[in-house]
Design a binder for this molecule. Sequence first.
Ligand SMILES: [Zn+2]
Length: 148
Amino acid sequence: MSPSGTPPAREVASLCGVSSRPGAVRGVPSGTPGEIDYRLARAARLAEFRSGNLTVLDVCDAQPELLRNAERASKPTRRRCPVCTKRNLVIVTYVFGPRLPPSGRCITAPGELTELSRRRGEHAAYEVEVCKGCRWNHLVRTYLLQVS
Ligand SMILES: [Zn+2]
């Protein structure tokens, strides 16, 4: 992640309700420049849950705003929720950058990412997976918006 203007993942994570534990969200750079993949952090969190170190209340803690965004502005996936295994996960995307709210802008329309990528300054997208059933949520990946 570039140091210029991109909020640290932990800060964003707490804004998104991804995790309430400091340091819980760690990511590794993926093949794409500016992209960080959080699958390892997700797997670690699920392992802690399965081993009994974390309860359902710890891992299924999506905040009301994140759940609202999951209802009105999310992308469906074919992946089952790893916690309740009853519903498919949805992806909620937030963008952070100049002249956007400190808590990020939730993407509600398909063309919005393209429009934001054309703006001046660096914009970073944060994808959060959410289960609308049990409220499991986790940061999946972050990436910089590129002008296409
Ligand atoms: Zn679930």
